[in-house]
Design a protein around this ligand. Structure first.
Ligand SMILES: [Zn+2]
Length: 471
């Protein structure tokens, strides 16, 4: 159910929608107002984390999140709010996740299963642990050398503003267990792909290659992983053994869905501007940063653009389902809508900290538009670069159409402290930084949604239809 508006947020909304001297505010003034007064993005993320909480893909909790988001979008006046269902292979984490070093220094460790992990036998498995500093070291291990053993992968991640170290450390989680299983390992544990030092394992998806039977796979919290490494250093050649027990399982096909909504443009026959986020989270986190905030940001921006003036193009919101467990919603959306051209896609899925850089994939093909956006967001402290935007995970449709993409890069310095942990909670969101996101998005989406020429190339689009000329 939707949250009744508090008196304060009602007042802020009234202020935000009050046109100066009886006129609609300009896009610029609306974006400026959002940077100081927006309450919508917070209202969304506060609401969904409070009333729904964790929303694992393909489960009843994710269905409740969709219903909640649809209510919220309708209450805020969005058009064409819908749930577009799709089927997916669903994995659930179970309720047992235990790890204990049994020798030479017996101690419990904090572990959580990785998505797609198999279960251990009841009572667990116990075996010698083989230590790999990096994924490449694991790749270099001889075939069959891990038979009957547990692989441990270290592969330490470091914080970076652009989150780029995720690309280095991520493979430990994404492919480590599959490689180890292919060499005979009966289970794999990794050092969490994360940058905090809480005893919170970072979960996330892993995968097993075709023909390799899934094994139990878990993430140790960083403090526990480092403890394990110290045990190896002090073991003096004695084997390090571990007992693991977990009971996650695949439950077959279940239904998920994509929540869509629109601000209808003056010329709905033009390709829309697509704003994406994902509505699911891992079971262990209320998903404030990942990605309740992103959904709040995109919806708030669309709302503010509409308030400055009805945009030329339709603004379409895509709150994708089942992103975390394999981009099921992104793929389903592309499959369902591939023959409907999208003008440009933008995604918010990197927390709620300040946007610091604007990238596009039309800097060379439509330099005038790229420059116009870059100069419009400079007042919010946003730079540009020569990087080419590639779009987020939920923008498969735009990549499949080889369309225009914008990336609004958020500061990810602390993102991987929280990512996929129980610490991804509302209190981590800084309201001023959240509003800066909404302001930048409002400015950028407003420009794009009123673009009269093709966004990727700047070439003219077909003449305006009568519906537009009538405005
Ligand atoms: Zn995410």
């Amino acid at each position: 159910m939707n949250t009744p508006m508090t008196a304060l947020s009602a007042l802020s909304l009234a202020l935000l929608s009050a046109p100066a001297a009886g006129e609609a505010p300009t896009l610029e003034s609306q974006a400026d107002l959002a940077s100081t007064d927006d309450t919508l993005a917070w209202d969304f993320v506060e609401g969904i984390t409070t009333e729904v909480g964790p929303r694992q893909a393909g489960t009843e909790a994710e269905a409740r999140a969709r219903a909640w988001a649809m209510q919220w979008l309708m209450a805020k006046g969005f058009a064409n709010v819908a749930d577009e269902p799709f089927m997916m292979d669903t994995w659930v984490p179970g309720d047992i996740a235990r790890a204990r070093v049994t020798a030479p220094f017996a101690q419990d460790m904090v572990v959580l299963p990785l998505g797609n992990s198999a279960a251990t036998p009841v009572g667990g498995v116990e075996a010698e642990v083989v230590f790999f500093r990096t994924v490449d070291d694991l790749r270099a291990a001889p075939e069959g050398s891990l038979k009957g053993k547990i692989a441990y992968i270290s592969h330490q991640m470091r914080p970076a503003q652009d989150g780029s170290h995720y690309g280095f450390a991520g493979p430990a989680r994404w492919v480590g267990a599959g490689i180890a299983a292919s060499k005979g390992a009966i289970a794999t544990v990794i050092k969490s792909v994360g940058t905090d030092y809480h005893r919170n394992p970072h979960t996330g998806g892993t995968s097993f290659p075709e023909g390799v039977k899934p094994t139990p796979a878990g993430a140790l919290s960083l403090p526990d992983a480092e403890n394990l490494e110290r045990m190896f250093a002090r073991a003096g050649g004695r084997p390090v053994t571990m007992k693991i027990e977990m009971n996650p399982r695949q439950i077959g096909q279940t239904q998920s869905g994509n929540v869509v909504a629109e601000v209808v443009g003056r010329n709905p026959s033009l390709p829309p501007v697509l704003l994406a986020c994902h509505i699911d989270s891992w079971w262990n986190a209320p998903g404030a940063f990942d990605d309740g905030a992103g959904c709040g940001i995109i919806a708030a921006a669309a709302f503010h653009v509409k308030h400055s003036a009805q945009p030329l193009r339709t603004i379409r919101i895509l709150m994708a389902g089942a992103e975390e467990t394999g981009l099921w919603g992104s793929q389903a959306y592309s499959k369902a809508h591939l023959d409907e051209p999208v003008a440009v896609g933008i995604e918010s899925d990197f927390g709620a900290d300040r946007i610091w850089r604007f990238d596009s994939n039309f800097r060379e093909t439509n330099p005038a538009l790229h420059k116009r956006i870059a100069s419009a967001v400079a007042r919010f402290g946003v730079s540009t670069s020569n990087e080419v935007a590639t779009g987020g995970a939920d923008l498969n449709i735009v990549r499949d159409q080889k369309g225009a993409l914008v990336d609004l890069q958020q500061d990810g310095t602390r993102y991987f402290d929280l990512h996929h942990t129980p610490d991804d909670t509302l209190d981590k969101i800084d309201k001023a930084q959240l509003r800066q996101n909404v302001a930048v998005w409002t400015q950028v989406v407003g420009i794009l949604a009123n673009q009269e020429t093709a966004i990727l190339t700047g070439t003219p689009i077909p003449a305006a239809s009568p519906i537009m000329q009538a405005q």
